[in-house]
Design a protein. Structure first.
Length: 495
């Protein structure tokens, strides 16, 4: 059976055996959410501004109308009290005469009516009006029922709601000697046109607000897309990352929070790349270097006979290879740890004392002419254990490439904001073609440097890793008179 379309967005369900299928709803992007919230806030703000403006304008209309009514009523009351009939020269005695003379002297606004009413309460009063056109559908002077209601009202001001429009009015009664109202002056105002003008302005404001919202939609879409571009790049880069490709980076522009997010993500990728590279390097190096001793051990064990002397020799060879494998693994693990942020723990150290300790420890490595060349009597910020390990490794390297009795000098000195520690030997030196590779893993110098040691070629790599963990470097210089000088430079290490 085919289900007819309902016009609703499709919902995909994913079901696992033994579980209830749950709908997978489409996610609304951050860009759309930001834009919707922005438009909602702007719409509320613009409507609030337009509504408040309308209220203020209507209030101004009310104030103006009330002021005009009060002014006209006050002028008539003053005229009634002080006015003089021009024919008699005496105060007015005839209400009709009073109203007629007053209306002749007044000039009303276009929406204003000045009317004199004469009669008895409960009856439709006669009216005295100014002969002019009023721009309303049903003026007061043509609405007998409205005139009667105003004339009979006990209030002096009020509002009359009619189907043809609202009337605001004020009345000044002219009483007879006995107190009964005989006539009244009425000022009526029709606020419909001014209220319509205010409503027109309100609609114009709403229209302008709508256009502003449309413009803001386009601008907000473009700006939010530009702002969130690094976030999309982060998501895309994260989706494309694999163990084989960790080289993608996000371009960083500006100095805002989004740029900081991109920088943080790039830094995280740098750490991941280094970690994976260290892992791959460890696996590759271990596989490369351990394959040979494993083959040697397996071969000797397979060929080992029953002869006790042969078995003893085989065990000695196997033990030697296993020891070498253990040293290789320990060195590789140390190099792998060098990528971690806690590989070194700097602390204030007296460099002179550290140099003297290294000299004392190095003297036990071989029968050489050990010399403490110079010491820097300063305080430095470094990890004493790692620096000692690096310097002892350099001293061991010097022992391997010098003959008994040859000179090996150890020293330290200040170098601007940093320090230098060095080991200088008087051997045959390092060939130029070897100077670029001896700090790489499993790389050794040529035979002219001296007899090949029993190491796996990881010692100088460890020294370089310790130097770089301190933010420094390891360098190679020629020793005056022949030999090689390895210099460990720690920049900005002085405390």
């Amino acid at each position: 059976m085919t289900t007819p379309p309902t016009g609703r967005p499709e919902t995909t369900t994913v079901a696992n055996p033994g579980t209830t299928a749950e709908p997978v709803r489409r996610r609304i992007s951050a860009r759309v959410r930001i834009l919707l919230w922005l438009l909602l806030v702007m719409a509320v703000g613009l409507v609030s501004v337009a509504t408040t403006t309308r209220s203020i304008l209507l209030r101004d209309v009310d104030h103006r109308v009330n002021g005009l009514l009060a002014q006209e009523a006050g002028e008539f009351a003053n005229f009634e009290e002080r006015g003089v009939d021009p024919e008699t020269g005496r105060p007015f005695t005839d209400p009709s005469r009073l109203l007629r003379e007053f209306l002749v002297r007044q000039y009303a606004d276009p929406d204003e009516e000045l009317i004199g009413l004469v009669g008895r309460p409960g009856h439709t009063p006669a009216q005295i009006i100014q002969p002019r056109d009023i721009p309303v559908a049903l003026p007061l002077h043509k609405d007998a029922d409205a005139r009667r209601r105003i004339f009979d009202s006990a209030d002096s001001t009020g509002t009359l709601q009619r189907a043809s429009g609202e009337i605001r009015w004020a009345k000044v009664a002219v009483a007879r000697a006995g107190g009964e109202t005989e006539a009244a002056f009425v000022v009526a105002f029709h606020p419909g046109r001014e209220q319509a003008a205010v409503n027109d302005e309100f609609r114009i404001l709403l229209a302008i607000s709508g256009v502003a919202l449309l413009m803001m939609t386009g601008i907000g879409w473009a700006v939010s897309g530009r702002i969130l571009k690094p976030v999309r790049l982060v998501r895309t880069a994260a989706a494309q990352l694999t163990e084989q490709d960790l080289t993608r980076r996000i371009p960083v522009h500006g100095r805002d929070d989004i740029a900081a997010l991109a920088e943080t993500f790039n830094a995280m990728l740098d750490r991941l790349e280094r970690a994976f590279a260290a892992q791959r390097q460890f696996v590759d190096d271990a596989g490369h270097e351990l394959r040979t001793p494993i083959t040697i051990v397996r071969g000797h064990l397979e060929l080992m006979g029953d002869d006790p002397a042969e078995r003893e020799e085989t065990i000695r060879l196997v033990t030697d290879e296993l020891d070498r494998m253990s040293r290789i693994v320990e060195d590789l693990l140390l190099l792998a740890k060098s990528e971690r942020p806690d590989f070194v723990t700097p602390e204030p150290v007296q460099l002179a004392e550290l140099t003297a300790d290294v000299y004392v420890k190095a003297r036990t490595l071989g029968e050489r002419d050990w010399q403490l060349a110079e010491v820097a009597d300063i305080e430095a910020e470094l990890d004493p254990q790692r620096i000692t390990q690096a310097m002892v490794q350099l001293a061991q390297n010097a022992v391997q490439h010098t003959a008994p009795g040859q000179t090996v000098r150890i020293g330290s000195r200040a170098d601007g904001p940093g320090v230098e520690l060095y080991v200088a030997d008087s051997g045959c030196g390092v060939q130029p073609q070897d100077a670029e590779v001896i700090f790489e893993r499993f790389r050794r110098g040529t035979s002219r440097r001296g007899a090949r040691g029993s190491g796996a070629g990881l010692g100088l790599s460890i020294v370089r890793a310790i130097a770089e963990a301190h933010g420094g470097r390891i360098g190679l210089r020629d020793t005056e008179g022949g030999g090689a000088t390895f210099v460990l430079t720690l920049e900005e290490a002085r405390a």
